[in-house]
Design a protein. Structure first.
Length: 234
């Protein structure tokens, strides 16, 4: 778990509520357990519910290309949409739905491939492992990669506060990348290769977005080309 997402979990109230958008794999449940937090977890995905579900996990099925998130307004303390918006053609609508179901004052964590995911060629080996070095390795990716600037603007357009928007990078992985790549090739470990490259170059971008305490329900989308807080040229 990266430091941005960990901060979101650490800020949750006792027995806080977490919604995982695109929840198959139940990573957010694992994150909460790893931090020793007692949380109420729910999730939404387009596929039928797998078995078994984590204890007391609320699972709902929805195709977010066509349907809203099937939970009521202002319900969750934290909404996580990790590697979701690159799979939909209406990412602004999907993130607006994440804001709608987040409680006023709560947070939304968004993560997606960054523009740096275009730097490398596709994974040349071990195709059966379904690992990615390029944005184009995943045929379900649509639209465009996301820069931190784009994620920041997305939050602003939805009337929310962008607390953080950055590339997910690791200095240790950058320094150790040559050795990790050699080790991955020798051991034929595509997972190590993917993990090392992603962290070294900032393959993904992430944002932490705070829903204003005074905003209830869904936001209006407001588009602007210059910041409304500053005059042109200032």
């Amino acid at each position: 778990m990266n430091s941005s997402l960990k901060r979101c979990f650490r800020a949750l109230p006792e027995e806080g509520t977490v919604l995982d958008v695109g929840c198959l794999g139940f990573r957010q449940v694992e994150h909460g357990r790893a931090l020793g937090l007692k949380l109420a977890h729910a999730g939404v995905d387009r596929l039928a519910a797998p078995e078994p579900l984590p204890p007391e996990f609320i699972y709902k099925r929805a195709d977010l290309e066509r349907e809203p998130i099937p939970f009521e307004d202002d319900r969750f303390d934290l909404v996580v949409a990790s590697h979701v918006i690159e799979h939909v053609r209406n990412p602004l609508d999907v993130v607006a739905e994440c804001v709608r179901v987040c409680r006023p004052g709560g947070r939304i964590y968004i993560e997606a491939p960054s523009e740096r995911s275009l730097w490398l060629p596709g994974m040349p080996w071990w195709h059966e492992d379904l690992r990615s070095l390029s944005f184009f390795d995943d045929p379900t990716h649509v639209g465009r990669p996301w820069t931190p600037q784009a994620l920041h603007r997305l939050a602003r357009y939805l009337g929310c506060e962008p607390e953080e928007a950055r590339h997910l990078t690791s200095y240790k992985l950058l320094v150790g990348l040559p050795f990790l790549v050699i080790g991955a090739l020798v051991k034929r470990r595509s997972d190590i290769l993917e993990w090392a490259v992603w962290g070294a170059i900032g393959w993904a971008a992430a944002a932490v977005i705070r829903k204003p305490p005074g905003l209830r329900g869904g936001p209006a989308v407001t588009y602007f080309t210059t910041s409304p807080d500053a005059g042109f040229g200032e």
